[in-house]
Design a protein. Structure first.
Ligand SMILES: Nc1nc2c(c(=O)[nH]1)N[C@H]1C(S)=C(S)[C@@H](COP(=O)(O)O)O[C@H]1N2
Ligand SMILES: [Mo]
Length: 302
């Protein structure tokens, strides 16, 4: 008797996951590698640092600089990350209403906790690659985005999904800064991308609830795209016909195109994306097209 083969070729063994301790101590770990000046990131690029210098800094071949290694990227709180974790604790994730609306048969408005309880949770071990040139292997828990899509039943007109993060300038200093003026942080997927098997809504990491600095209570995880697309602390999801602009398209044109797919052949903001430093080991490795998920997603882009 033949079994139906469930194709989960993308599954990574748990042994590859970044050690939990390293994961929680990312900042210290990168410092220990001697790359405490390593931020080759969005903040840095927006400050106009020359990409070549940034790469050299990341490889530890230049002297120490004032730039801190990113701990968590959460620009609502801080661009310089040292205080991000602390500032993010002021998010009130106990009460977190989420709205799912737009071109759907069933609009949803409920507490995040209630919504999460409706879904069957599972674990996904994914590669996670930031445009700054670091990567990790992360065990997320949560549910496939396509399950949420099924729940609300988009109409035939829906072609894009926009995700909005929170807007609370009283607690988020980044949202009080003039030079961004495009809050809230928003990201967008096409419907095809959203219902791809890999698109995931995370509610936890390493078997725990997501900490606030990592986007509690609900964040997107799209592993074949730069981590910039994995929007944290979602409050609103809207199904749309026309493609809306994303936070980065407006705030920093050229940072990342709409798709923002991992592509070693396509440098962003003049910064080469050919290599990445793997946070588990400190080894540099070649970046893979679609972050190693070409088999699952390349057909979306032909
Ligand atoms: N709302 C929100 N989501 C966000 C960001 C942000 O600044 N705000 N930064 C993005 C970037 S650039 C990265 S690298 C990842 C970092 O996720 P982590 O802190 O869990 O590693 O979150 C992404 N999601
Ligand atoms: Mo990032």
């Amino acid at each position: 008797m033949s079994k139906i083969k469930i194709n989960r070729d993308w599954e990574l063994p748990e042994s590859l996951a970044t050690s939990e301790q390293t994961f929680w101590n990312r900042r210290k770990f990168l410092q220990a590698l001697g790359i405490s000046s390593a931020t080759i990131g969005s903040g840095l690029m927006s400050k106009g640092m020359h990409a070549h210098t940034a790469e050299k800094a990341a490889r530890g071949t230049t002297g120490p600089s004032k730039l801190a290694v990113n701990n968590h990227n959460f620009v609502e709180f801080s661009q310089w990350n040292a205080e991000t974790t602390q500032l993010a604790q002021s998010l009130n994730t106990e009460s977190w209403p989420i709205t799912i609306t737009g071109l759907v048969e069933r609009t949803i408005q409920m507490e995040a906790g209630e919504l999460i309880r409706l879904m069957q949770l599972q674990e996904r071990i994914y590669r996670f690659r930031c445009i700054e040139g670091w990567s990790m292997v992360v065990p997320w828990s949560g549910f496939p985005l396509k399950e949420l899509v099924k729940l609300v039943q988009p109409t035939a007109k829906a072609r894009y999904i926009r995700f909005d993060s929170f807007l609370e300038p009283e607690i988020a200093p980044g949202q009080r800064q003039d030079d961004w003026h495009v809050w809230p942080y928003t990201e967008v997927l096409s419907m095809d991308e959203a219902v791809n098997e890999l698109s995931f809504l995370a509610t936890g990491v390493y078997g725990q609830d997501l900490p606030k600095e990592q986007g509690a209570p609900l964040r997107l995880v799209v592993p074949w795209k730069y981590a910039i697309k994995s929007i944290k602390s979602i409050t609103r999801i809207e199904f749309m016909q026309e493609r809306p602009e994303t936070f980065w398209e407006i705030a920093r044109p050229g940072e990342c195109d709409f798709y923002c797919n991992v592509d070693p052949a396509d440098p962003h903001s003049k910064l080469s994306q050919q290599q990445e430093i793997l946070i588990n080991s400190g080894d540099w490795q070649a970046t893979q097209l679609y972050n190693g998920y070409a088999e699952q997603v390349a057909s979306l882009y032909v």
